[in-house]
Design a protein around this ligand. Structure first.
Ligand code: TYM
Length: 374
């Protein structure tokens, strides 16, 4: 049946109905009770939780109940290096940093140079590894604690990871990999093994510590199929089932359909490496507007923030609730024009990126503090 959208780790397209997707994947919507439980520890909820940008989970309630009884957990997330980092990637990472601060949890961050080599026909392994180390700077720039953050570039940590992946692979059949990931007879066999590598860090904290440590994975919902495999094998291998918390996608600049991604093209995506002039040009020229055809009509009837990309992006990047509310009201009433809301977004993103790039450069000298090698 054509449901109008596709979400897999390798393809996201169409108008995503997130509650339908959660049902289909078998994940649980984040309830108000669960939000209150998180708030008890954090004081204030992160805006990505209160705005339901993070909207679904697996066993986060169980993980929190254990935490309340004194059981520690570890965070796990990652990046597949196939080019420059873009703004969409930062969404789960910004939230992960908040989780690290609130719960004082170690983070294992996997950079999958092997995955991108296997699935991108035009990339060599040396290129994906080099991109991985460049992407690592964007992670460090977000302010993660060097004492508690361990970045893994797969091919430079393969001795440890491979042994864990073997355990996962032995318990995972090709037919379940086919069913979960849609692999076919034409898929290369490296990809058939690959899910075992992405599942491996779910169990790494337990293996390194010799204790049963549950992991919590903050990521967009496209990565969830991996956690199905990991959760399925966990009890068979004697590890706790991994928990996950899922976010929706920062949409492409050109409209609400699909996710912002490198393959969507330059007009849809803002990269960390885009200079201020490029950022402003992309937003002013390509950001899909929910405004009316003429200024006169806009002033009279107002714009539609629900489909307006500058407003939608501000939901992801403007932390200040009051400011965001005012923008929503002014735009809906017609007080704020389409060009003006684009300007607000362009200022916000330009300022954020200028600061981020400075931190990114100073991260170069600290990178060795973060990288795990074996
Ligand atoms: P990758 O590099 O495709 O994406 C990295 C992270 O960014 C999220 N993401 C987005 N989030 C919001 N809006 C978007 N437009 C957007 N585009 C991407 C992804 O969900 C992901 O969290 N195979 C993985 C690498 C990986 C991983 C992990 C990711 C290995 N282990 C554990 C998450 C958790 C990949 O290629 O991610």
């Amino acid at each position: 049946m054509n449901k109008g959208f596709v979400v897999t780790p390798w393809e996201v397209s169409g108008d995503i109905d997130y509650s339908r997707l959660a049902k289909e994947f078998g994940t649980t919507p984040i309830s108000d009770t669960l939000l209150k439980k998180i708030e008890k520890h954090s004081g204030k909820l992160h805006y990505m939780l209160s705005r339901k940008i993070f909207f679904s989970h697996r066993d986060l309630d169980i993980l929190l109940s254990e935490y309340e009884k004194g059981t520690k957990f570890a965070l796990y997330t990652g990046r597949g290096p196939s080019g420059d980092t873009h703004l969409g990637h930062l969404i789960p990472w910004i939230f992960t940093k908040w989780l690290q601060d609130v719960f004082d949890a170690p983070l294992y961050f996997q950079i999958t140079d092997d995955e991108k080599y296997l699935c991108k026909r035009d990339l060599d392994l040396s290129q994906t590894t080099a991109m991985g180390y460049e992407n690592a700077l964007d992670i460090i720039a977000l302010g993660f604690d060097p004492e508690k953050t361990h970045i893994i570039v797969d091919t430079d940590y393969s001795k440890t990871l491979y042994k864990i992946a073997l355990q996962v692979a032995k318990k995972t059949t090709a037919s379940s990999a086919k069913a979960v990931f849609g692999f076919t007879n034409e898929t290369n066999i490296g990809m058939y093994f690959w899910p075992a590598m992405q599942a491996a860090p779910c169990f790494l904290p337990s293996i390194l510590s010799g204790q049963k440590i549950r992991t919590l994975i903050p990521a967009a919902i496209d990565q969830d199929p991996y956690w199905r495999i990991a959760r399925d094998v966990a009890p068979k291998l004697g590890y706790p089932k991994t928990s996950a918390i899922h976010c929706s996608f920062l949409p492409p600049l050109t409209g609400m359909s699909g996710k912002m991604s490198t393959s969507e093209g330059m007009q849809s995506t803002i990269f960390i490496s885009d200079d201020e002039k490029t950022v402003r040009k992309k937003i002013m020229k390509y950001a899909f507007s929910g405004g009316k055809e003429t200024v006169e009509e806009h002033r009279k009837k107002g714009g539609n923030p629900d489909i307006d990309i500058p407003y939608q992006w501000l939901r992801y990047f403007e932390e200040d609730e009051k400011k965001l509310r005012k923008i929503y009201d002014d735009y809906s009433s017609g007080k704020l024009l389409s060009g003006e809301i684009k300007q607000i977004l362009a200022d916000k993103i330009s300022k954020f990126l200028a600061e981020h790039r400075k931190k990114r450069e100073s991260a170069r000298k600290n990178i060795s503090k973060f990288i795990l090698k074996d």
